[in-house]
Design a protein around this ligand. Structure first.
Ligand code: ITT
Length: 191
């Protein structure tokens, strides 16, 4: 089996990425904890590529990275690529977002996820993106998942991400949809 470094330091993301990659022929390994990547890109896709390339070059292994976030219509797409930098903890980030939206009636938002795969030489081999529309609730609901999950309500499921089973979140989420596109392409790669 060929090693694939999962290039994230976010435990919630890591759990989902491991779940989505579990039936592949890759030997998943964690990114070295001290290997940090500056997210200097201006789009989700650029940041995902930057993380995958940097980790692949530093480790000399294949690397897969995810850059994701929440784009809220009434906030002109914020926090967007700054979703992780919106506060010090998940709770702080949620409170800041709810504070900025106040009682705004337009609660429409999109969760976006870009995934990039780099080979050991640091060249991008795959690049996909998934998007999930939803509504921002006025207060958190549910205690599963991670990050902004408790305030992101998906109409088709009548649940927040935090109230869904991992399987349901996989079926409709930005990350699940990105992986749905990625997995058949990943299966064709002969490392
Ligand atoms: P890595 O860069 O190390 O992967 P990160 O947390 O910095 O970890 P991002 O820069 O991609 O990752 O930031 C994503 C932000 O959006 C972060 O605050 C996440 O908690 C949040 N996020 C992404 N996907 C999410 C999901 O499925 N549910 C809830 N929050 C999510």
């Amino acid at each position: 089996m060929t090693t694939l470094i999962v290039a994230t330091g976010n435990p919630g993301k890591l759990k989902e990425m491991q779940q989505y990659l579990q039936d592949t022929d890759w030997d998943l390994q964690l990114k070295p904890a001290d290997l940090e990547v500056d997210e200097t890109g201006t789009t989700f896709a650029e940041n995902a590529r930057l993380k995958a390339v940097t980790v692949a070059k530093a480790t000399g292994q294949w690397a897969i990275a995810d850059d994701s976030g929440l784009a809220v219509d009434a906030l002109d797409g914020r926090p967007g690529i700054y979703s992780a930098r919106y506060g010090a903890s998940d709770g702080d980030r949620i409170q800041r977002l709810l504070g900025e939206l106040k009682d705004c009636r337009d609660r429409q938002a999109q969760f976006i996820c870009a995934i990039a795969l780099a080979n050991p030489q640091g060249a991008i081999v795959l690049d996909v993106q998934g998007c999930c529309p939803g509504q921002i609730l006025h207060q958190p609901q549910g205690d599963g998942g991670f990050g902004y999950d408790p305030i992101f309500w998906v109409e088709a499921e009548e649940k927040t991400f935090a109230e869904m089973s991992p399987e349901r979140k996989k079926a409709c989420s930005h990350r699940g949809l990105a992986f749905k596109e990625l997995l058949p392409k990943l299966a064709e790669i002969e490392p």
